[in-house]
Design a protein around this ligand. Structure first.
Ligand code: KG4
Ligand code: ZN
Length: 369
């Protein structure tokens, strides 16, 4: 079975073709990063308009790269939520139109489930890896979400914990903004941190007891206090101009002796340590056979290394495997949506014409705060 996946939940317009065995045949992403960079973050209306213009060429390219015509597609999968309503609407409507015209099943997919299922995909030319074993604990870390999930089988999720304030990716993005490193923040902090010492600045970790919830807003405030003495004040008129999202975002200006690398490394370490320690603690508490990492922040090298180390130190060398998707499948893409749909279709999940966008869709039961 060949599934066309469409993803437009945030600022990437993406389409992909994946077989129901998880083999990626094509994976096309049109990034809007350049469009939003000037504003220091994603502007929802610009994102939605960007999808409107990019979506058809992106779908056509995905089909062409897979060597398939429209009629050879067996199902259409699309992200229904969570995400920006205007952005989601573009993908859902195009997917519906295609499903209607081609008379194929429409499969609405939860974006978060897509991130999880990126771990079941095999890229073109790559050797297939054995599927992750259940029960597994998944640390799902993206720009909008930070969740610890127990997965007991396909489509079976139990909530263990989540962030009480900022998501891990959001913490990276806000930290990068405070340091004047630009957008998107995760890769920028990782790059700057490579030259720095992670123990240079003692930044706070919100352990919140033995539970599995997270909090990153205090960390952000601590970083703000550290950079403030190095900041070069801007004239009041300029500050006013930067306060609306449609005016060009100006990065803060600092004295040349701002220890950017040490601050980035210490900040990254503070985020990564809490994530890794809690994930491994959860894996031990629930006897997980696999520890899975998913979402954009799963691309972070320090997080991957720390998880590997934490598993060895706390659970022993021959303990459970830590699995993460190939780098290009960590951040938003449509292959993960088509991949998740393959498993959903096997469970009989299919959408009707009433499928609507669900901007606040959660992975497990209750709606997000
Ligand atoms: O999953 P994703 O592409 O979009 C959402 O669903 O939110 O995640 C994007 C987030 C951004 O916050 C970005 O800064 C972060 O993932 N990110 C990283 C790295 N690459 C992307 N964070 C840390 N290190 C990275 N290398
Ligand atoms: Zn995402």
């Amino acid at each position: 079975m060949k599934i066309l996946g469409i993803e437009t939940s945030c600022d990437e317009t993406a389409a992909a073709v994946v077989t129901d065995g998880g083999r990626v045949r094509s994976n096309v992403i049109s990034s809007q990063i350049a469009l939003h960079r000037a504003h220091g973050g994603v502007v929802p209306e610009l994102a939605a308009r960007g999808h409107v213009t990019a979506i058809i060429p992106v779908v056509e390219t995905a089909l062409r790269e897979a060597g398939l015509g429209r009629a050879q597609i067996d199902a259409i999968a699309v992200t229904a939520g969570p995400g920006l309503a205007g952005s989601l609407l573009v993908g859902v409507n195009v997917a519906k139109a295609l499903a209607y015209a081609l008379r194929r099943p429409l499969v609405p997919v939860n974006h978060l489930e897509g991130h999880v299922y990126a771990n079941w995909l095999t890229l073109p030319g790559a050797e297939p890896v054995p599927p992750p074993r259940f029960p597994l604990v998944c640390l799902l870390v993206s720009g909008g979400h930070t969740e610890l999930i127990l997965m007991t089988g396909h489509g079976q999720y139990r909530h263990l914990g989540r962030t009480l304030d900022d998501a891990a990716g959001e913490a990276f993005d806000k930290g990068a903004r405070l340091l004047g490193l630009g957008y998107p923040g995760g890769p920028a902090i990782q790059r700057a941190a490579a030259e720095g010492r992670p123990d240079a600045f003692p930044l706070p970790r919100a352990w919140l007891g033995e539970g599995f919830d997270f909090s990153f807003s205090g960390l952000k405030t601590a970083l703000l206090r550290l950079v403030e003495p190095y900041r070069i004040a801007e004239p009041a008129a300029d500050r006013l101009k930067t306060s609306t999202p449609f005016v060009e975002h100006r990065p803060p200006r600092f004295r040349s002796d701002l220890p950017v690398a040490d601050l980035a490394a210490s900040y990254q370490e503070a985020v990564v340590e809490v994530l890794a320690v809690k994930a491994v603690r959860a894996a031990a508490a629930f006897d997980a056979a696999t520890l899975l990492l998913a979402g954009g922040v799963a691309a972070n090298a320090a997080l991957r290394e720390r998880l590997d180390r934490e598993v060895i130190e706390r659970l022993g060398t021959d303990a459970i495997p830590v699995r993460y998707p190939p780098l290009e499948l960590c951040t938003d893409n449509a292959a993960m949506i088509a991949g998740a749909a393959g498993f959903a279709l096997k469970r009989g999940v299919q959408g009707g014409w009433e499928v609507d966008v669900q901007p606040r869709l959660a992975l497990v039961g209750q709606a997000q705060r």
